[in-house]
Design a binder for this molecule. Structure first.
Ligand SMILES: Nc1nc2c(c(=O)[nH]1)N[C@H]1C(S)=C(S)[C@@H](COP(=O)(O)O)O[C@H]1N2
Ligand SMILES: [Mo]
Length: 414
């Protein structure tokens, strides 16, 4: 069985300016009235949404980049307690693999610190090891990057590079125990099938890893199902790592090989400044030498108001129900507060417990506004160690990671 798909660039090229019988161009059944004035090769704006049909993404998802493909959600799209596949952001570093032959696919486990180099077919993984299902937060380390100043290069994520679907798979720990690890094992690295943007097969698009201690945690999965269905191709079919609470770059998609390393993994995007922040706070704009940059581990406390959509209109005297989620990397969120007076006073929201460790928690509240006018609803979460989200931007860093500033929405009471 082959999974058929189209590459990101093919998809883009297929943006479907159909010639009608009269030689006119039509899009989604509508004539493009001034098609003859359209510059050659021009992609009409509406066309940019068409690839979503093939990816099964919601039409309000936002394309930040098409090569590599990067798509983010908007806050109001993330209102579901369990993120459905069509509202899940996409972050590719390379090119989505095509033609994965599931019959011949296997996962190889090797590395300096592996005792028995082994391989498993998908069926073997499923039948040899017990399966577990957890809801786990995946947030790109660069989520929120667009707000940093001086700006940081890279995808200009706003708030939508986060998701929390239900993942089913086997525990990485069980597999590693079967393979056996030497005492000098320190890191677990992934190697994947996606191609480097250059097309050079010898280069990997991304090959990151996690310390063995994180690899051995109960919730660290080799997942083959997302929300009770086979992993969508774009999210890593047939098997991906899911490392909840850590930058999602640790959650390798399209796995082919895992290596048990006796050093901190040195694969693509492990070194230099990738997925690292200054070990000590720096002033905005500082050039930080590589050796002063530290690998990001647990993500910081954060929250997102997912209901209502920013700009909501509310009838005077009516209460507003607000809803959203909060998460805190390895930690639990202990409280979520809202403010309607730009942070002068804060009020506790109702907060649910996580369904399992490393799942996001849901908050809600009912707000009464004193009179007609313009308001902003600000939301702030606190982790179990008493650390709050910053009101504005957290520490600037050269690559624009870890922006966990408070989320806010506009509300007009009329
Ligand atoms: N093989 C592979 N795995 C990968 C990536 C990638 O480009 N290739 N991107 C990583 C990054 S940076 C992120 S944020 C998440 C995004 O996962 P998603 O596209 O399923 O949302 O996948 C991670 N795993
Ligand atoms: Mo990422």
């Amino acid at each position: 069985m082959y999974i058929c798909c189209v590459s990101d660039s093919v998809m883009k090229r297929r943006i479907f300016l159909k010639q009608t019988g009269l030689g006119l161009a039509s899009l989604s059944g509508l004539d493009v009235v001034f098609a003859s004035s359209m510059p050659k090769g021009y992609i009409p704006l509406i066309g940019l949404q068409d690839p979503f049909k093939e990816l099964n993404k919601h039409k309000q998802m936002i394309v930040l980049n098409d090569r590599p493909l990067n798509i983010e959600a908007q806050a109001h799209l993330l209102n579901d307690e369990v993120t459905p596949a069509d509202k899940m952001f996409v972050r590719n570093n390379g090119i989505t693999p095509e033609n994965i032959d599931l019959n011949n696919w296997k996962l190889v486990i090797d590395g300096e610190s592996a005792i028995n180099v082994s391989s498993f077919t998908l069926e073997e993984l499923k039948t040899t090891f017990k399966s577990y299902t957890y809801q786990l937060v995946l947030e790109c380390g660069g989520n929120g990057r667009s707000e940093f100043n001086p700006p940081a290069k890279g995808n200009q994520w706003t708030i939508g590079a986060v998701s929390c679907p239900r993942w089913t798979g086997v525990r990485l720990r069980d597999v590693l125990e079967r393979v056996g690890m030497k005492e000098d094992a320190v890191y677990l690295a992934y190697h994947s099938r996606d191609q480097h943007l250059s097309g050079d097969r010898k280069k990997e698009a991304i090959s990151r890893g996690i310390p063995i201690s994180k690899a051995m945690m109960d919730e660290t999965l080799l997942a083959y199902h997302m929300n009770e269905e086979d992993l969508p191709l774009i999210h890593g079919q047939p098997l991906r790592l899911v490392v909840g609470g850590w930058p999602a770059s640790a959650s390798g998609k399209w796995l082919e090989r895992l290596s048990i390393r006796n050093i901190v993994h040195d694969g693509a995007k492990m070194g230099g400044q990738a997925y690292r922040v200054p070990c000590e706070t720096v002033a905005p704009g500082t050039v930080v030498p590589d050796e002063d940059m530290c690998i990001i581990e647990s993500m910081p406390v954060k929250s997102l108001l997912t209901y209502p959509k920013s700009g909501a209109l509310l009838k005077n005297q009516k209460n507003l129900e607000i809803k959203g989620h909060a998460w805190a990397g390895e930690l639990v969120v202990s409280a979520v507060y809202y403010s309607i007076d730009f942070g002068a006073k804060w009020h506790l929201c109702q907060l649910s417990a996580p369904v399992n460790r490393l799942a996001w928690q849901h908050f809600k509240s009912e707000i009464q506004f004193p009179k007609k006018g313009y308001y902003e609803v600000w939301v702030r979460a606190r982790d179990q160690n008493g650390v709050d989200q910053p009101m504005v931007l957290p520490g600037w860093n050269p690559k624009g990671y870890l922006n966990n500033a408070c989320h806010r929405i506009a509300v007009k009471v009329v």
